[in-house]
Design a protein around this ligand. Structure first.
Ligand SMILES: [Ca+2]
Ligand SMILES: [Ca+2]
Length: 611
């Protein structure tokens, strides 16, 4: 919602980078710019306004076509019946059979693709690179800036305490470009980071078993300490970041019967400033305390707009899941902390049972808020995770009951939903329950995942890229959820029927899309990626940050009706927009180019699963 003018040089840079047609042709090739593992399905996309030739070739990167011998030659597969904007011709370039590691480019006639790698370890650095963005979002202490911020969070609204009571809610993460903090997103981010670490441990054990006598190494680096400053502390950084979330969440649960869920509201939207130089006024003075809302399960709002909350179980279930995963992650490293996590998880889960229903995000002066309505998914996740740490059978029975309530209810297959209505965007509870459940329940859980994916497969047939999501706000987060659901399904069942579809979604995020851009800031180095994200800290400091997942492409009609959104510079992607979706690498576009904390955390899990 913040609007600034961009230097025109930046626009020129973006135009120079957008690639990739050879002069005199109007044929473009889109690839996953980071690259492919040798055994992957590997399918690039070519498009044009006139018929595409019948053959393509792969050459070593950096060699002129006239000098190089093709490393692989293949036939193009024309895609019939779907178009994208003015682009009437599309073809897939399938080089799955080519498995030689190296760095390459694709050519069709005179057109070439950006360079990409084929390498077994191509996704290994990504989780750590995305953690750089998570650290940039830290509140209370921000290691990217090397400074504290918001050290006087917060004063209470709603709940048992008198309005305006001081409560220590320092820590956590800024949600996106704005500086609010939400339990609704942070509990999901925390739980996914901790699940990433668990999954990595299992994968590392598996790798070690395959190489007798070789000690297993964690995929995650240890290059920062507990608060995110440079220097190792003996703990993988993904766990440091997960604990950063847990520590904040523990503060939001100060007594057994209380759960707070949101610090600040859209009074935050009051102009560009650094996090340590707050100017927003929540009624206690400019830059003074911010408000913290207590989750009471009722509609809330201190200004013009009210939420339509019905309970607290969405927040409570995710909270319990994160705390149980915290117990698992830290029981050896810090037993006392692990015990605190377990106790908080059990207490908050009980709050969810007492108030089934969903608490939404709160807005004050604008109509936009997180409008989650689902809660059985979260209670299933919490119950399954608590069963893991306590062995208490009633959690297992709860998880099975909530699993059937949640079933496959999802955004998957819908053209339109309310903002964050079906959140988290995939039901991790089904995966957490799977290996604990009886065979009959397992079959149900697998079917729920298949039902969602099948609906996305059908939706994907409407565009040449087979992108299986609706282009509502945060479509990239939906893509991440879809890829993750496919990968978890494969781990659960061994059924690979969705693998090629999953790869098409994954590659969409790294450049196999109409705009030919990665959707992660600064990834890959030297590639086409968001250079002008809607992010105040990078804007004001003229620095870049690596790893932030931007919201992503959005229906043109939504872009045109969103309040206050306006691109600031000539659109380097103008040729590649369509009615179905537009994307702008433009600081003024907060609907398609704003990196989000929770989307990035979810992508960390996705990349870890991809390794
Ligand atoms: Ca560390
Ligand atoms: Ca939910």
């Amino acid at each position: 919602m913040k609007r600034f003018r961009l230097p025109l040089a930046a626009a020129a840079l973006a135009i120079a980078l957008h690639g990739a047609a050879a002069s005199g042709t109007n044929l473009y090739i889109r690839v996953n710019q980071v690259g492919y593992r040798p055994g992957d399905t590997k399918i690039a996309m070519a498009f044009s306004t006139s018929p595409i030739g019948s053959a393509f070739a792969i050459y070593p990167a950096g060699q002129a076509a006239s000098e190089a011998k093709a490393a692989y030659e293949g036939k193009v597969t024309v895609i019939e019946g779907v178009t994208w904007g003015k682009w009437t011709q599309h073809a897939e370039l399938d080089f799955s059979k080519f498995k030689t590691q190296g760095r390459y480019m694709l050519r069709v006639g005179e057109a070439s693709s950006p360079a990409f790698a084929i390498d077994d370890k191509v996704y290994e650095p990504l989780p750590d690179q995305l953690l750089e963005f998570m650290r940039e979002q830290q509140c209370g202490y921000n290691p990217w800036l090397g400074k504290p911020c918001h050290t006087n969070d917060a004063r209470t609204a709603y709940g048992p305490l008198p309005f305006g009571t001081e409560l220590d809610c320092t820590g956590g993460w800024h949600d996106a470009a704005d500086l609010l903090k939400y339990l609704i997103t942070s509990a999901n981010a925390t739980a996914q980071l901790l699940l990433t670490s668990e999954i990595e441990k299992v994968s590392a054990d598996r790798r070690a078993q395959g190489r007798k006598g070789v000690a297993h190494t964690n995929m995650f680096k240890d290059i920062v300490n507990a608060r995110g400053d440079a220097g190792s502390n003996g703990i993988p950084d993904v766990l440091d970041e997960g604990r950063w979330g847990l520590e904040w969440m523990l503060k939001l649960h100060p007594t057994p019967d209380a759960l707070y869920h949101q610090v600040a509201d859209d009074r935050d939207h009051c102009g560009p400033r650094m996090p340590y130089a707050e100017i927003a006024d929540y009624g206690w003075g400019c830059g003074s305390n911010r408000v913290v809302y207590c989750a009471d399960g009722k509609p809330q709002g201190l200004g013009k707009y009210k939420s339509t909350a019905t309970g607290v179980a969405n927040l409570a279930g995710r909270y319990a899941a994160a705390m149980a995963l915290g117990q698992i992650a830290f029981k050896k490293l810090d037993p006392a902390f692990a015990q605190r996590c377990q106790k908080a998880g059990i207490e908050v889960y009980a709050l969810g049972q007492a108030k089934e229903g969903a608490q939404q995000g709160n807005s004050y002066k604008e109509p936009y808020r997180y409008e989650e309505t689902t809660w059985a998914d979260d209670m299933e996740w919490g119950a399954a995770a608590l069963y893991r740490v306590t062995g208490d059978k009633h959690y297992l029975e709860d998880a099975k009951r909530y699993a059937k309530l949640a079933a496959s209810e999802s955004w998957m297959g819908q053209e339109q939903t309310k903002h964050y209505q079906y959140y988290p965007f995939m039901n991790t509870g089904h995966f957490m329950l799977y290996d604990l459940a009886d065979r009959e329940t397992q079959q149900l859980l697998a079917q729920y995942y298949r039902d969602g994916i099948d609906r996305c497969v059908r939706m994907g047939k409407k565009n040449p890229y087979r992108a299986g999501v609706p282009f509502i706000w945060c479509s990239n987060n939906l893509i991440v959820a879809l890829v993750t659901q496919c990968l978890l399904y494969e781990r659960m069942t061994g059924d690979m029927q969705y693998h090629a579809f999953m790869v098409r979604q994954r590659d969409w995020l790294l450049g196999r899309n109409p705009w030919g851009t990665s959707m992660f800031t600064d990834i890959p180095a030297g590639g086409v990626y968001p250079h002008q994200p809607h992010l105040t800290t990078t804007w004001l400091t003229h620095r870049t940050v690596r790893g932030g997942l931007v919201d992503g492409p959005i229906y043109e009609r939504i872009f045109k009706t969103q309040l206050g959104v306006k691109i600031q510079q000539p659109d380097p992607f103008a040729d590649f927009q369509s009615e179905l979706a537009v994307y702008h690498d433009d600081h003024g576009d907060y609907v398609s180019n704003e990196p989000t904390m929770d989307g990035t955390a979810s992508a960390i899990l996705m990349w870890a699963l991809s390794n």
